[in-house]
Design a protein around this ligand. Structure first.
Ligand code: GLU
Length: 360
């Protein structure tokens, strides 16, 4: 598939801006850059596309406002920075988009906002409504309340989960790099198209990014895996160059395009697959693995070899093969405490119904 074909028909786009892109060399928010990026987004709206923005930069902006030279390590200090910086960030976006007669809306999310089914659907409905009203949603992690267990981790992941939530037809991650480069230190040649993120692609991604940014290329590849599995292509490109977005949307050879691996998954399956951190798991035998993977069957109790962790009926659990590799996820119909009895039962109860099961 060539780049034009992969991008053809794209209507709804999520664009992510990293901290490195939004801050200047003093680490202050670069108002000129924000305005230039807003111009590019506005141009897409003018062409009839719907564009949501995932923006980092709150902590960096807060550091400047509070006169901190170094990124704090203390959680409360970081959260205070984010709270101060977020309003600064929004005021810049508001002014920048106003020049194009576009309004902005602030959306701050934590991970459990999207793993809880009702809140997940509410977030999606709100985003849908904003887009329908030609309002540009500006989304960030709710850093002020996020602690480790409820964090997305980084905005690359957040952008992938927002793109999957909507769903978008395309995710664009704009960064200060040209895209995925062939060498782990970020040199070598730019890779134009990636069909599948495999071990050889992962070797090309270096370690973490710059001092201020959380995610390096590794976290971007994880995002690529999420959106690819959800059926959404991803472009990673240099947002410091003018016209990058327009070129990417025209199918031009800019940055790295990661192709989507399948057709779009249904909404409930996306929610099962990507928005949970299952604490419980089921290990299944080879027969059950084949029945699930090849024939799309439900998981019956007799195929379960053992369980791990504790889960209740209705929880999303990981489904692993005998080697411990997670190959599917699903909603358990039985609690972990009831599985042993179910395995003895002559009626072979279903542990995960096929409608509640997603192959990874
Ligand atoms: N939410 C953080 C901020 O706005 C950024 C996290 C990230 O860049 O991944 O400062």
């Amino acid at each position: 598939m060539n780049r034009q074909e992969a991008i053809a028909g794209v209507r709804r786009v999520v664009v992510k801006f990293g901290t490195g892109l939004l801050t200047d060399s003093d680490r202050a928010l670069d108002a000129g850059r924000v305005a230039a990026l807003a111009d590019q987004i506005a141009a897409l709206w003018a062409r009839g596309l719907e564009v949501a923005v995932v923006s980092s930069g709150a902590i960096g902006a807060g550091m400047t406002e509070l006169g901190l030279a170094k990124r704090p390590t203390d959680l409360a200090e970081l959260q205070a920075c984010a709270a101060v910086g977020q309003t600064k960030l929004m005021s810049l976006y508001e002014a920048a988009f106003r020049r194009h007669n576009l309004r902005v809306a602030q959306i701050l999310l934590t991970h459990d906002d999207l793993s809880d089914r009702d809140r997940h659907l509410n977030a999606r409905n709100t985003l849908d409504t904003l887009l329908a009203r030609r309002v540009v949603p500006i989304i960030n992690e709710n850093d002020t309340v996020s602690v480790a267990e409820i964090r997305f981790g980084d905005n690359d992941r957040l952008s992938a989960l927002v793109a999957t939530l909507l769903p978008a037809d395309l995710l664009v991650i704009l960064t200060s790099a040209e895209g995925l480069m062939s060498k782990p230190d970020g040199t070598g040649e730019r890779i134009s198209v990636v069909e599948k993120v495999d071990a050889s692609i992962e070797r090309m991604a270096g370690g973490a990014g710059s001092a201020q940014s959380v995610g390096g290329m590794i976290s971007k590849l994880q995002s690529a895996r999420i959106v690819a599995a959800a059926g959404i292509p991803l472009v990673i490109a240099n947002g410091k160059r003018g016209g990058t977005l327009e070129q990417a949307l025209a199918g031009g050879d800019v940055g790295t395009l990661f192709l989507a691996s399948v057709k779009k998954m249904a909404s409930r399956k996306r929610w099962i697959a990507f928005y949970h951190r299952p604490t419980g798991y089921l290990v299944v035998d080879d027969g059950a693995r084949k029945a699930l993977a090849a024939s799309g069957r439900s998981l019956l109790a007799r195929g379960v070899v053992r369980t791990g962790g504790t889960f209740s009926s209705g929880d999303v659990v990981a489904i692993r093969d005998r080697d411990g590799i997670e190959f599917a996820r699903g909603v358990a119909r039985l609690a972990s405490a009831d599985i042993a009895d179910a395995r003895q039962s002559k009626t072979t109860p279903e542990v995960v119904h096929r409608n509640d099961l997603v192959l990874l």
